[in-house]
Design a protein around this ligand. Structure first.
Ligand code: ADP
Length: 884
């Protein structure tokens, strides 16, 4: 069957678009055909019709062109990509079939339109590539809407952690590696596959150097000899290749590539990230209810995104942390300054996303106007920052570039009200361009020209009552009453006779008329031309605007931290290099914010990392060392998780450079933060809870150091009590003996509290509860010592379990306790503690890990049953029973 020329054109474009839905522009509509039409009908609720209704109807669906944005949003939200195929010439002027081309491919990771983006979050496109043996991984990520571009050489175990923090909107993978990638990297992600060559290392270096206009990539801090760096660069190259291929625009706002290396920031793995709910809640992924929700009081989207970045990558350098704390401190102390800064920031637009749209050629007049208005706000902001004592604030002052030439150009050229789209016209201020004023004058009927012309002709002809008029049939004319006909100049051409007047046209009027009629088109054309000039001018200033934008983002994030610190009464933490943790009256930032004011019970936390590896030659310590491990026991609902989570959050906040909710805090910089708290969400990933728990525990035991902070909740829940207890026991021992990290271990295994007697670095804490008329009251207060019982039945009662059930449980408990069955350790399978340490008195450890069999067992083994009568056997049984 032969295809119509247009359908041939369609198929060519569709081939180029690959698996993206092809939006094929036909007149005022975007149409989709074949399978794309079916998908779109389902996805977008369009009605499915057909083209060539005959033997081979082609499924078709479409929507009016001005609804493009709205449909794009739905397409990409559903994880699809859309290739937009435009008409490249005016159909009226086209000879034969209209030329069409795919002008860009829109996907989740490449959008720059505000309508398709969350202003407060970064929108990353990421790429992952591995070597053949899957030993080295390269990860790169870019925010096309702001220009931020980074890459990291990683080991396979780090990939899922990084991806969790970056949360890319779209992930590029090589088509031949896609299936071999672990699901923890790919599950629930929008994936776009690219040909294998797009990830080539050599081509990446060339492509990146060309993109940045540099000879080598050394200047960015890469070593092109290093296999690890090459992997990272290969991923970065794949991103640039993809953007070039799909966006077909200038990408110069992506002006630098930052290498992210291990040890540059606080390492936080995926499970910790989720369980601490730093940027979003575990249950429903909201910002409210997460730490970011409490700390974010920014006034600009740039600030909100910057704060998110800071929380994702807390610092590890004491000086850098103190620099942020100095700036926050200055803003806290000078509340008037802080208020003034925040008020001024309210007039700042999202400069980063504006510039991204300007350089990619997608900006409209209102975007330029927003750039101009932002520039107009800068002098006041800069003035407020002069003479600041903290280095960061002073630095921000000098990084703010007022760009006066651009500002004045935008202000003189743009009208007070600008439309979104340039094609709507009317955005160049009158008086800004003479030609344009003239065209506009013509367009609006040119009253002045008319008056002038009329006056001149009256003067020349001596006909005082002559006037210029307009009608649809003749256009412009001169009207002369019969009384003056004799004086009409000879060159006038008579067109119409009325009762008492004649109407004439003149060559000048005709010429003028033509001008008027084409003026509308010319006004728009000229406005578009002027707009393009303004846009190019802005794009040229782009790099200066972007570094100003970065300074504004920093300022807003700092001001936000100061505002929260002031409003919530946080203090500046003392930051040091020694692995200590001394928190006085610490509070949970999020729980505190949700509970009625003043009802949160503050708690202390003191512990210190022990450098167990170099403990062979310990420097004699003058004072007793703080414990490295705090074992926290207490009934359910007492506040154990809240307490350990709050400690981890305070460490993270301090390393972000934020003040912390406490009366006083001294915090030694952590290299890694581990938290396993609350329900695991990994079940959905097809792994059993226990397997997940152990994988995570293994991760901690294999990577934590004495500089790390570890908080663990109820390790060993997912298996039988004895298994669980044994594991929890040996994990604590290992953390104590082989790692020495600052550890908070919340547990309902009451038996573990005996560890405090055996290991010098372990101390017990419990959460106070009071019994009050048979009910328990949670005091949420952490005190030294072990909890004496677990109160589970009381809690069950509080939760509304029928009275009969809780009463019976009390009975069973009493019985078990009386017969000593609560910890029947004789059933514990032989287990080898990971690191053996001779126990001082070893009582519980012995009972736990004792493997000698009971003497009765030997006697049973030695019995010669064939030589015994049933009565004898019964007697022996009776004796044993007595013995036991
Ligand atoms: P656990 O881990 O011991 O079961 P949680 O930490 O989940 O207990 O705390 C249970 C509830 O008690 C929390 O939801 C919180 O509302 C409240 N809570 C915990 N700690 C405090 C505190 N220090 N001050 C006030 N309320 C608290």
């Amino acid at each position: 069957m032969s295809l119509s020329p247009m359908m041939q054109q369609y198929h060519q474009a569709k081939e180029a678009a690959g698996d993206a839905l092809l939006l094929f522009r036909m007149g005022d509509f975007y149409e989709l055909f074949h399978d794309d039409a079916k998908t779109a009908a389902r996805l977008l609720g369009l009605s499915l019709t057909s083209r060539d209704k005959g033997e081979n109807p082609i499924p078709m669906a479409g929507f009016p062109h001005h609804q493009l944005d709205q449909y794009l949003a739905k397409i990409i939200a559903a994880g699809h990509r859309a290739a937009i195929c435009e008409q490249m010439e005016d159909p009226k002027q086209a000879k034969g079939i209209v030329k069409r081309e795919v002008t860009r491919v829109v996907s989740r990771g490449t959008v720059t339109d505000d309508a398709l983006l969350d202003p407060q979050s970064s929108n990353y496109l990421a790429a992952v590539v591995t070597d053949k043996a899957q030993e080295r991984v390269g990860l790169a990520w870019v925010d096309m809407s702001t220009g931020l571009f980074a890459c990291a050489p990683l080991s396979p175990t780090q990939v899922a952690d990084q991806l969790t923090r970056i949360a890319p909107a779209e992930l590029l993978l090589s088509v031949d590696q896609r299936d071999a990638m672990p699901t923890t990297w790919t599950l629930d992600r929008t994936i776009t596959t690219r040909p294998a060559w797009a990830f080539g290392q050599k081509q990446a270096i060339e492509l990146l150097a060309r993109h940045f206009g540099t000879q080598t990539l050394d200047g960015f801090g890469f070593n092109c000899e290093s296999p690890a760096d090459l992997m990272a660069l290969a991923a970065a190259g794949a991103i640039v290749e993809y953007l070039t291929e799909t966006q077909k625009t200038d990408l110069s706002h992506i002006s630098t590539l930052t290498p992210m290396r291990e040890g540059q920031s606080l390492e936080i793995d995926a499970a910790t990230w989720r369980s601490l709910e730093v940027t979003q809640t575990l249950r429903d992924g909201r910002r409210d209810g997460a730490l970011l929700g409490v700390l974010d009081r920014t006034t600009t989207p740039m600030g909100a995104r910057r704060l998110g970045e800071w929380l994702s990558y807390p610092l590890v350098d004491v000086a850098a942390i103190n620099a942020r704390l100095d700036a926050v401190g200055e803003l806290v102390d000078q509340s008037q300054l802080a208020t003034a800064v925040r008020d001024t920031l309210k007039n700042i637009y999202d400069l980063q996303r504006l510039i991204a749209r300007v350089t990619t050629g997608r900006a409209g007049p209102r975007d330029l106007q927003c750039v101009g208005r932002t520039l107009a706000t800068l002098p006041a902001l800069k003035a407020k920052l002069t003479g600041r004592s903290s280095t960061l604030l002073a630095g921000i002052e000098s990084r703010i570039d007022l760009c006066p030439e651009l500002r004045s150009r935008l202000e003189t050229m743009l009208a007070d009200e600008c439309p979104h789209l340039a094609r709507d016209g009317g955005f160049i201020r009158s008086g800004a361009n003479e030609k344009l004023d003239e065209f506009r004058e013509l367009m609006s009927g040119g009253k002045q020209w008319m008056a002038n012309y009329q006056a001149a002709e009256i003067e020349r002809s001596g006909i005082p009552s002559m006037k210029v008029g307009f009608n649809k049939v003749f256009g412009y004319y001169l009207e002369v009453t019969h009384a003056h006909i004799a004086k009409v100049p000879p060159e006038y051409i008579r067109k119409q006779t009325l009762k008492n007047a004649e109407r004439y046209i003149t060559p000048e009027l005709k010429e003028y008329e033509e001008k008027v009629l084409s003026a509308e088109e010319r006004v728009l054309a000229l406005e578009l031309e002027l707009f393009a000039e303004l846009r190019d001018l802005t794009a040229r200033v782009g790099p200066r605007l972007l570094s100003t934008a970065a300074a504004l983002a920093d300022l807003d994030a700092l001001a936000s931290l100061a505002e929260v610190a002031r409003a919530r009464n946080y203090v500046r933490p003392e930051i040091c290099d020694e692995p200590v943790l001394e928190i006085e009256a610490g509070r949970h930032p999020v729980v505190e914010a949700t509970e009625p004011a003043g009802s949160f019970v503050p708690n202390d936390c003191v512990c210190a990392g022990h450098d167990v590896l170099s403990a062979e030659s310990p420097a004699p310590s003058p004072e007793p060392q703080a414990p490295s491990i705090l074992l926290i026991t207490g009934p359910n609902m007492a506040g154990k998780s809240t307490y350990i989570r709050q400690t981890a959050l305070l460490v993270l906040m301090a390393q972000v450079g934020s003040f912390v909710p406490a009366r006083k805090a001294r915090i030694g910089v952590a290299d890694r933060l581990f938290a396993r708290v609350g329900a695991s969400d990994e079940l959905a990933r097809g792994q059993s809870t226990f397997m997940v728990e152990m994988t995570e525990a293994a991760r901690i035991l294999n990577t934590a150091t004495h500089r790390s902070v570890v908080v663990l909740d109820e390790i060993g829940r997912g298996t039988s009590t004895y298994d669980g207890l044994s594991l929890a026991w040996s994990i604590v021992e290992y953390l104590h003996n082989a790692i020495g990290s600052r550890t908070l271990f919340a547990t309902h295994y009451h038996e573990l509290t005996e560890l405090a007697e055996q290991l010098p670095g372990v101390a017990n804490r419990n959460v106070m509860v009071r019994e009050h008329f048979g009910k328990i009251v949670f005091l949420h207060q952490i005190v030294p010592g072990a909890a004496d019982r677990s109160y589970g039945i009381h809690v069950a009662q509080l939760a509304g379990v029928p009275k009969a059930v809780s009463a019976r449980a009390e009975e069973i408990l009493a019985e078990l306790e009386a017969t000593g069955h609560r910890v029947d350790t004789s059933h514990v399978a032989p287990a080898e503690p990971a690191v053996k340490k001779p126990s001082k008195n070893g009582s519980l450890q012995l009972t736990l890990f004792e493997t000698t069999e009971h003497p009765v067992v030997a006697q049973i083994r030695d019995l010669d049953l064939n030589a015994m009568t049933p009565l004898e056997a019964l007697q022996r049984l009776n004796e044993w029973r007595k013995d036991l």
